[in-house]
Design a protein around this ligand. Structure first.
Ligand code: SAH
Length: 570
């Protein structure tokens, strides 16, 4: 069964929150979506119908804690356009009923059973094949894939019409199924790595039991592997993994080939006793009995065939990953989806304690290396150490990781190291919404024209440089966003900075102060440079000092003010 991605658990009122949190605990990375103004949860939405349709269109599994009728009415306009359908379930807000509604082929019944088991109620399963046979024949477990869904549907309707079936090959998950079996049946469920020959009386399920080892640096990996599979009549869907030598870990052609073949990429280092290439890689990597089906040194492809599906996690080692992400200013809806995805697949999460907490909820199997330690280089080296062991490491920063945060520390650690294992790590940096952007958006558009971002911290740069930059930026009439404006260890610097700015800017200059933006208890103030005192600011504040053109106006209807910097210049 394909792994189901984290569902959105959607609630309308506080009455459903407790049940929603219990369901959330079942699914890593899942979030509770709540109606704005009624309940506080992880993500807020304004209108249920639009929100459900958007989740559905994005293929996000939905667990809605409300009446089935509401869900049906909301999603009805989206149904005619049936692409890949995510699982959609309704559950009673008190946890007394679970109803799978849509996404039969995406595992909705399995989800319904999981949730129902946790809530200790029966799942309202209505799928006839599943009811009759106690299992969804068309949804085999991890490691097995259906050759053809259209053929599968015909097969199941034949079974429902009263026919019986033989089972050929190893299908341990069907042992307890109440299938009508007969050794002489016309129909057969065939579990085989061989390609389906088109016979309509067979339901063909492929075990992922083949590993392809490749050598040679020239291109055409996908074609070479396909040819090798084809020459043995093996179905491409039987491939469990692509295997290559560890010294080619960082080769993008391999990653591309594995993505194309839609299989994990594994690595091994062949020893002299492993024999001749390319089959020696199989010997070095596989810890299960297998048959070497193919060993073509010229094409650089060897194939191993195991008797059962192979768990790719047990083959050789994986390329380690280090992803440096920005969480945004605080609230989950301001975190970019790529950061959430990285967190979902991470084995290890590193960062300053407060940020690691912000990154949650995390799964019990994810290792957290939280720390109060502000030694960023040490943390960056630790991240590379873990990643070079083959782990999927995520390092978290607030805001954007490249703005006065961990991404530069990670690159500095990498550049100053001569460790080849570190260089082979798949390093990625995922951007985030920086505090200046988040604060600016709440105030209006103070960064609407040229601006600069400055850190007022003199921990890592001399104060003289900060003064010089302030002067130049002030003189150039740039809007300025101050990060790290003040702290207990740096009490006088902000006043000094403001003195410099006041030499160039009028007292009437607009200033925006955003504190804890996107976090509980956030505040936003707009004042003038003349009014600004350093006591208005702390280390959780973003200070945006406007340019000579930055303006402010009131919108009486909303009872608020907007600050913006026009796009034009006099
Ligand atoms: N990488 C972060 C910045 C880290 S420097 C980013 O891109 O946002 C830390 C400084 O950022 C703080 O001293 C404060 O000035 C600002 N900051 C971070 N988060 C903030 C928030 N939620 N609200 C206001 N300011 C914030």
């Amino acid at each position: 069964m394909a792994r189901i991605s984290a569902p959105a658990i959607v609630i309308l009122g506080t009455g459903a929150l407790a049940t929603a949190r219990r369901i959330q605990a079942l699914y890593a990375g899942s979030q509770v979506h709540a109606l704005q103004g009624r309940v506080e949860a992880d993500v807020s939405y304004n209108e249920l119908g639009a929100h459900l349709r958007e989740l559905y269109a994005r293929g996000t599994p939905i667990v809605a804690l409300c009446a089935t009728g509401i869900v049906i009415r909301c999603l009805a306009p989206s149904l005619s356009n049936k692409g890949v359908e995510p699982p959609v379930l309704a559950a009673a807000e008190d946890g007394s009923a679970v109803v799978p509604l849509l996404g039969g082929l995406a595992g909705v019944n399995l989800m319904a059973r999981e949730i129902a088991a946790m809530l200790a109620v029966p799942a309202a399963i209505t799928t006839s094949g599943e009811l009759r046979f106690g299992t969804c024949v068309l949804n085999p477990p991890d490691g097995y894939t259906l050759a053809d869904i259209g053929q599968g549907k015909r097969f199941v309707s034949d079974l429902l019409a009263g026919e019986s079936t033989r089972i050929e090959g190893e299908a341990p998950w069907l042992d307890d199924a109440q299938l009508p079996r007969s050794a002489s049946a016309r129909l057969a469920i065939r579990v085989t790595p061989r390609a389906w020959d088109g016979r309509e009386d067979e339901l063909v399920i492929h075990p992922r039991s083949v590993v392809a080892a490749v050598t040679g640096v020239d291109g055409g990996i996908v074609a070479r592997v396909r040819e090798a599979l084809d020459s043995h009549g093996l179905a491409p869907l039987s491939l469990a993994a692509l295997l290559a030598s560890s010294d080619r870990m960082a080769d993008p052609a391999l990653a591309e080939a594995a993505a194309n073949l839609d299989v994990p990429l594994c690595f091994a280092l062949a020893r002299p006793e492993d024999g001749e290439p390319p089959a020696n890689l199989l010997h070095a990597a596989l810890r299960i009995p297998y048959e070497t089906l193919h060993n073509d040194a010229v094409a650089g492809v060897a194939l191993a065939l195991a008797p059962l599906a192979i768990d790719a996690d047990t083959i050789g080692r994986k390329r380690g990953r280090l992803t440096v992400i920005g969480l945004g200013p605080g609230s989950a809806d301001l975190m970019v989806p790529a950061a959430r995805t990285a967190l979902n697949v991470a084995t290890d999460i590193l960062g300053y304690d407060t940020y690691v907490k912000m990154a949650g909820p995390l799964r019990a199997d994810q290792r957290v290396h939280g720390t109060d330690n502000r030694e960023e280089m040490q943390r960056a080296r630790h991240a590379f150490e873990l990643a070079s062991e083959g782990r999927a490491v995520v390092m978290v920063s607030s805001g954007d990781p490249g703005v006065f945060a961990m991404a530069a520390a990670a690159l500095e650690a990498l550049e100053s190291s001569d460790n080849a294992d570190w260089a082979a790590v798949e390093l990625k940096i995922v951007p985030g919404v920086s505090a200046a952007m988040a604060t600016a958006a709440q105030a209006g558009a103070p960064l609407g024209h040229d601006f600069c971002m400055l850190s007022l911290s003199d921990n890592l740069k001399p104060w003289t440089i900060i003064e010089k930059r302030l002067r130049h930026a002030a003189e150039a009439d740039l809007v300025m966003a101050f990060y790290n404006p003040i702290s207990r260890a740096r009490p006088w610097q902000l006043d000094k900075a403001l003195d410099i700015v006041r030499e160039y800017r009028a007292a009437q200059t607009q200033v925006v102060l955003g504190r804890d933006i996107g976090r509980p208890g956030s505040t936003l103030r707009t004042i003038t440079l003349g009014e600004l005192r350093s006591s208005d600011v702390d280390m959780r504040t973003m200070v945006i000092v406007g340019s000579s053109t930055t303006r402010r106006f009131g919108n009486a209807a909303e009872g608020r003010e907007w600050v913006y910097t026009p796009r034009w210049y006099e």
